[in-house]
Write a new protein. Sequence first.
Length: 263
Amino acid sequence: MSLENAELTKISVNTFVTTKITFANMLADICEKLPGGDVDVVTAALGLDSRIGRKYLTGSIGYGGPCFPRDNVALSFIANQLGVEAKLAETTDHQNRSIAEKTAARLLPMLRKGATVAILGLSYKPDSHVTEESQGVFIAKQLSKNGIRVVAYDPMSADMQIEELRRGIVVLDSIEECLSQAEAVLITTPDPAFKSLTAKDFRNEWSQVLVVDFWRLLRSELEGKEHIKYLGIGLSEDDAANNARLSSIWCEDHSSSKGTSAE
């Protein structure tokens, strides 16, 4: 293999994986708008196709870290320099970089001004101290910029370079300290430390806490609990509204939009 072919292979692997992640995230967005929508059901079935496979097909939050974003951009760059279109890679990168802003825009109407939001997961993946291109960090910064007080916890925070995060974000030493003061909680990494949380852990001085579970780690534990508003990313949030939305699509009369030869 030549040096050029080897380098192209390397950045292509990561670009393909980021495309797969972003595709699954798109499916999660669609499932939220369908009655009974469940991205885990869809992606589990999709992954059974041997041409596709189950890995990196979860539907949750965007990718991060030092390699995935860099190699996606690198492939776009070299393609453009060689006069080749790389719109798929460019769109994947754009979609991924828009997640923090879209998440904040969705959550802000649900929060009072000055509310405290807890971010569980600052690394870009579990069991890592690396926060480079972390979606949890991006979302924390976006919320803070919009007047939300952000507290955060990560099991590896002691090993993180977090001076930058301290500007508007309070990094705490325990999950309990985070949850006790949060009106809303965002679970941004599927860390094993978060999988063992129970509904009792989310009790605080407010009558109800909003839990946004990007990975649906605590769905069976938190769904239907009176003091918790559970928002599982990729799950239908309102079946009645979603049924009405589908009905309007299926029953809409499109005849009026068809022009005639006289027009």
